[in-house]
Design a protein around this ligand. Structure first.
Ligand SMILES: *Cc1c(COP(=O)(O)O)cnc(C)c1O
Length: 425
């Protein structure tokens, strides 16, 4: 469900034609729909209201889309944030996020990041190893503070998703093996500058079934029962993010179905007074954004058609990186026969494609605008300056209004911070 729809033959975002944005802002650019974001957040949030816990916090996963305008909107609806770096915490605080709704995940937190997070008073570190527990203890002791920690458990369940975005298997770098978790909890309780407040897991991204979520929660439930016997007091259960979205043929569970599955699995925690934390990213922003691009050239090889557009793998790396699918819609429908082509960018890499052997609704002509759909998550945040291409503009649409929420980089931006040392003359 999103607010990118045709009015007649023209593709609009809410009450703004995409062609108007292209005219005023140029291409390529990312376009986010405020109404879609709001709808996704509220549907997800209310799906958890039925959960087996009394309270929950939706900690939006910043790495999916970290634009300040997106964060500001989400925070205004009551979202907390899931962060994986000092930079993401900084962004969240910039838009007024409540530190008591910030969790900090990731396997490689540096001392300076730990110090920053303690100083800002975040809700919890999601701790991924014994060495990290010791690092947080050391930094907290130095600051003469107590740091709140949840242990991220690797429950060894198969998320049945792309191997690069599966995180809950024994072979993945994430979390503490469930078999060792009890020992780690007991070790953490002995560290005087840590306050052990909960447990956490995140098994992967773009999940299209509820069973892996349920299996992970049930494993955490077993662990929790043994911890309660040991006298460990837990207040938070963080079940991570990962709910998938329809890019192409996928049929992921709706937030309501997800909420019911969580509610059911939460019976494993009956009798405990836990606040539930969720860390959705993609399901909130994925379908709330598109990448708008312009057709530069049509080109044929002996065996293929190529549509060369002005967006490239540096702007949207998901097709090259995960072999992922983004639907491509013409901004102006003219009718006519479908046209099969590879849609590629200007970058000097064979991996620079946005779609391969794609049946486009119509044959584009030079100058035609195309919208790469479902590009709101892991789109701009994964973009780079490869080939010294400026990072593109980001635009937010709200009703009949739109605003540039990150301006397109200019030539000087591309060399900012670089210097030529004096020994080069
Ligand atoms: C990336 C990530 C998420 C969000 O995943 P989505 O698939 O976008 O919902 C949540 N939690 C952690 C720890 C992550 O690394």
């Amino acid at each position: 469900m999103h607010h990118f729809e045709y009015q007649g033959s023209e593709l609009w975002c809410e009450q703004v034609p995409l062609a108007r944005i292209a005219e005023q802002v140029g291409t390529p650019c990312y376009i986010y729909s405020y109404a879609t974001l709001e709808r996704h957040f509220r549907v997800f949030d209310s799906a958890l209201n039925t959960g087996g816990t009394k309270r929950h916090i939706v900690c939006y996963s910043v790495k999916a889309n970290s634009n300040l305008a997106v964060l500001k909107a989400l925070v205004s609806w009551g979202a907390g944030v899931d962060t994986v770096s000092r930079g993401e915490i900084f962004r969240a605080l910039k838009v007024g996020a409540d530190p008591k709704k910030i969790v900090f995940s990731g396997v490689g937190k540096r001392d300076d990041e730990i110090e920053y997070a303690i100083d800002k008073g975040i809700l919890a570190f999601n701790v991924e190893s014994h060495a990290e527990l010791e690092a947080i203890e050391r930094v907290a002791a130095r600051m003469n503070k107590k740091a709140p920690v949840s242990l991220r458990i690797n429950p060894d369940v198969d998320a049945e998703t792309h191997p690069y975005i599966s995180t809950g298997l024994k072979k993945n770098k994430f979390g503490i093996p469930v078999a060792w978790a009890r020992d780690e909890f007991l070790a953490a309780l002995k560290l005087p500058h840590l306050e052990v407040i909960g447990l956490d897991c995140h098994i992967g991204s773009q999940l299209t079934k509820t069973a892996p979520f349920r299996d992970a929660i049930l494993r955490l439930g077993e662990l929790t029962r043994s911890l309660v016997k040991d006298g460990v007091k837990l207040r938070y259960l963080d079940i991570g993010g990962g709910l998938g979205i329809p890019y192409n043929q996928e049929d992921p569970p709706s937030p309501a179905e997800y909420g019911l599955a969580i509610q059911d699995a939460m019976k494993a925690f009956a009798g405990l007074d836990l606040t539930l934390i969720c860390e959705p990213g993609r399901v909130i922003v994925g379908n709330a954004g598109v990448l708008l691009t312009k057709t530069l050239y049509l080109k044929q090889s002996e065996i293929k058609n190529f549509v060369i557009v002005d967006a490239a793998m540096n702007d949207l790396i998901r097709p090259a990186f995960y072999d992922s699918y983004h639907a491509i819609w013409p901004v102006e429908k003219r009718g006519g026969a479908a046209y099969v082509a590879d849609v590629v960018g200007p970058i000097c890499e064979t991996g620079d494609f946005l779609a391969r052997d794609r049946s486009l609704a119509q044959k584009p002509v030079q100058g035609d605008l195309l919208a790469l759909m479902s590009a709101g998550a892991y789109g701009f945040t994964m973009s780079s300056n490869y080939n010294t291409r400026p990072r593109v503009a980001e635009v937010m649409v709200k009703g009949a209004e739109f605003a540039v929420v990150r301006k397109r980089e200019e030539l000087e931006d591309l060399i900012r911070g670089e210097t030529i040392p004096s020994f080069l003359g």
